[in-house]
Design a protein around this ligand. Structure first.
Ligand SMILES: Cc1cc2nc3c(=O)[nH]c(=O)nc-3n(C[C@H](O)[C@H](O)[C@H](O)COP(=O)(O)OP(=O)(O)OC[C@H]3O[C@@H](n4cnc5c(N)ncnc54)[C@H](O)[C@@H]3O)c2cc1C
Length: 326
């Protein structure tokens, strides 16, 4: 580990001042400390934000839900409002990591977590995300768990967060506070596709702090849920996943929100699947037909071609579970 200074911010202003000077925020520390131990990350100054008042879940004036950046994953998953209004968020969180990790880890840290690509985490391997211009060892390496959507010639790493898939499906907004004040960024614009600059992962400006994630109000009743397919049933990242929310009235799907995880360089919204569903009557044949569009535009690699079919089946199964057929 490289030497670093450590300060605990007592107020948001203190945190922002330290952030503006280049300090790196640390919340639960469950992923940043790992990366520092492996020398993948080498921040010179850590700013502990865990004492800041960003730990509330509240209903917004518009009827949505705002989850503070420092709410832990386990608190968010168990919160009655999250459970009843957006089960898809609750389920995505509960299927993440382990109970101990979820007790420490925060919502802000979760959406900021970095890829689990083994070449990114191995400082002896070429990785454009870690070392811009060095190349991508995953392209010709063992790429079974890598992305099939949103990739570039510079990077094929997946985004590992489960909760981010639910937020992407529901079209959440990220609330930010920086030296220039507050702003909100749609979730779709917050996590960046790699392109030629895979080292730029989020639309954060220098020193900006995530203060919360807002899930918008959606028409009720809303059925929703999350399915995660992985190599083992616990303590494992997704090979594929599907976040689905449907508003059904009179047997007809009026709104559909669908996104996939484990397959994209960012959580992958599926507008073609959504369009196929809206306006349709619930029926057994609908789910497979809609899910057929889930892998549109995919570019599988040598070892992960199976993800194309697995993704379609994951989406189909979760549409059926959430939609039922009545
Ligand atoms: C063994 C293991 C298994 C895991 N399995 C899963 C899984 O299946 N699914 C899943 O989704 N996740 C999984 N995770 C990841 C876990 O969810 C993250 O480690 C956790 O959510 C990070 O939160 P944290 O508060 O500890 O972040 P930290 O480690 O404190 O910070 C992570 C990053 O976020 C930044 N940051 C934190 N808070 C803010 C803020 N408010 N504003 C701006 N920047 C901020 C930090 O600067 C840092 O870059 C796993 C982790 C481990 C170690």
């Amino acid at each position: 580990m490289h030497p670093f200074s450590f300060t605990k911010a007592e107020t948001t202003r203190e945190a922002l001042n330290a952030g503006r000077r280049g300090g790196r925020y640390i919340a639960g520390g469950t992923t940043l400390v790992d990366l520092m131990r492996e020398t993948v990350e080498r921040p010179e100054a850590l700013v502990d934000i865990s004492g800041l008042p960003l730990d509330e879940v509240s209903v917004t004036e518009r009827g949505g839900l705002r989850i503070g950046a420092l709410v832990t994953m386990s608190e968010a998953a168990a919160h009655p409002k999250v459970r009843t209004l957006y089960p898809v968020v609750s389920e995505a969180l509960e299927l993440s990591a382990s109970a101990q990790l979820r007790n420490m880890a925060t919502i802000g840290g979760n959406i900021m977590q970095r890829t689990r690509c083994t070449y990114f985490r191995d400082v002896t391997a070429d990785c454009n995300k870690r070392e811009p211009g060095s190349g991508c060892a995953a392209l010709e390496g063992f790429n079974r768990t890598h992305a099939i959507l949103g990739t570039s010639d510079a990077c094929v790493a997946t985004h590992p967060s489960d909760a981010a898939v639910a937020f992407a499906a529901l079209e959440a907004r990220v609330h930010l506070l920086g030296p220039d004040g507050e702003r909100q960024v749609p979730f779709a614009d917050f996590l960046l596709r790699p392109g030629n600059t895979p080292n730029r992962e989020q639309a954060l400006r220098r020193g900006e702090l995530i203060t919360g994630v807002e899930v918008p109000a959606l028409p009720r009743p809303l059925r929703s849920g999350y399915l995660k397919v992985r190599d083992r049933q616990s303590y494992e990242f997704a090979l594929t996943s599907a976040a689905v929310a449907l508003h059904v009235r009179g047997g007809v799907i009026r709104e559909a929100k669908v996104a996939a995880g484990g397959v994209g360089t960012v959580p992958w919204k599926l507008p073609a699947v959504e369009r196929h569903l809206v306006g349709e009557r619930l029926s057994e044949s609908l789910w497979a037909a809609a899910a057929e569009r889930a892998a549109d535009g995919s570019r599988p690699l040598r070892h992960n071609r199976f993800k194309v079919e697995l993704l379609k089946r994951t989406v189909e199964r979760q549409l059926r579970v959430v939609g039922g057929s009545k």
